[in-house]
Design a protein around this ligand. Structure first.
Ligand SMILES: [Zn+2]
Length: 362
């Protein structure tokens, strides 16, 4: 609704003042925690800033049942008590004491977040940036190639598969999806089936995250330098553009959308983006991104580089006869590769009240 002659729009400070005014007159607003409401405004401010700098898309509305969660900051975030070995409780403003299962020792944190996932489970996360894992100082370098059939191939010869859903779980998922398609919109059955599907997806996500966390910790402990492909995952996974047919207006040429969708699913399912992100957190400054051009076609032993070297999953050099798994050959090339964009650690400037952000090497 904003136009140029209207002057500046209210920023966070002005909005926080308006919030205080509104809380004085509106009863239901006063019934909620001021910290939670202020932090929502802060999130909005951040979202808007990201939009204007061009790194993110425009902010969208929060959706009930989907974006359930809030953040508590400051001294209120420190009211945590251990109840037993496995349980602790936290004093949530305007709610009272809430018990939670302790999955790891509760750290001294300046803020925490409470979130609900798609499967309806509530989580609490205390914001602390852990220290990166120290380098082993053994001079070892590893290259990782990401693939779809093999999720990650290490130059040491390890071929790793990221776990997803089992075959019977996939059958159950397909069955539930058919039932969802038949269920009447807005019915109780539909919401029940939706929750069941969300639970299956949540299980797959949990397995993927567990795999990524364990692998990234293992790699950070074992190797001094970790080289990965410099993939623009975001661009690769974006939907294929429709191509208009010049001969027949209103119709479209084949753009291999279906093929690309299948590949997208493979890339996202293998958790590649998450693996690189977590590696950057745990082994800050020791990750090098390598230009992936020709890594799958070049022979890692003699350097001979022709497209014919690669026969789907097998690599066979046409010059020296070297044979290996295609992803493994690529991983060795990546391990030997030179970094194309290795920026050092960037200093982070922020208020102590803010959630700590991890430093990453891009
Ligand atoms: Zn060769």
């Amino acid at each position: 609704m904003w136009t140029r002659d209207q002057g500046t729009t209210p920023g966070f400070v002005e909005q926080a003042r308006q919030l205080a005014e509104a809380r004085a007159v509106i009863g239901w607003l006063r019934g909620g925690s001021q910290t939670v409401q202020q932090q929502a405004l802060r999130d909005f401010d951040q979202a808007r800033r990201n939009y204007f700098t061009g790194s993110h898309r425009s902010p969208t509305w929060r959706k009930a049942g989907k974006h359930e969660g809030f953040r508590i900051v400051g001294s209120q975030a420190g009211r945590v008590e251990q109840v037993s070995r496995k349980w602790a409780r936290v004093l949530v403003p305007k709610v009272g004491w809430v018990r939670f299962r302790v999955s790891r020792p509760v750290p001294e944190a300046k803020s925490y977040r409470v979130n609900r996932d798609n499967a309806g489970r509530w989580h609490i996360a205390f914001a602390v940036a852990p220290d990166p894992i120290p380098a082993p100082r053994n001079g070892e370098v590893v290259g990782i190639d990401r693939g779809v059939t093999v999720s990650a191939a290490l130059s040491t010869g390890e071929l790793l598969a990221c776990p997803g859903l089992s075959e019977s779980e996939q059958r159950r998922l397909a069955h539930l999806q058919r039932r969802l398609a038949r269920a009447r919109p807005g019915s109780n059955r539909r919401s029940r089936v939706r929750v069941a599907i969300a639970k299956l997806y949540a299980r797959a996500t949990a397995r993927r995250k567990d795999w990524v966390e364990k692998l990234s910790t293992d790699l950070a402990r074992r190797f001094d330098v970790i080289r990965v492909e410099d993939l623009r995952i975001k661009q690769m996974t974006r939907r294929a553009k429709p191509k208009p047919d010049p001969a027949r207006p209103g119709s479209y040429l084949p753009n291999r959308r279906r093929a690309k969708t299948g590949l997208n699913r493979g890339i996202l399912a293998s958790g590649w983006g998450l693996l690189v992100q977590r590696l950057e957190h745990k082994a800050a400054g020791r990750i090098e991104k390598v230009n992936p051009a020709y890594t799958s076609q070049m022979c890692s032993r003699c350097g001979h580089c022709v497209p014919g070297n690669r026969e789907s999953q097998a690599f066979r050099c046409q010059s020296c006869g070297y044979c290996d798994h295609a992803d493994l050959n690529a991983a060795i090339n990546i391990a030997a590769g030179r970094a194309v964009s290795a920026r050092g650690d960037r200093p982070v400037r922020m208020s102590v009240k803010r959630e700590p952000q991890l430093t990453t090497s891009a």
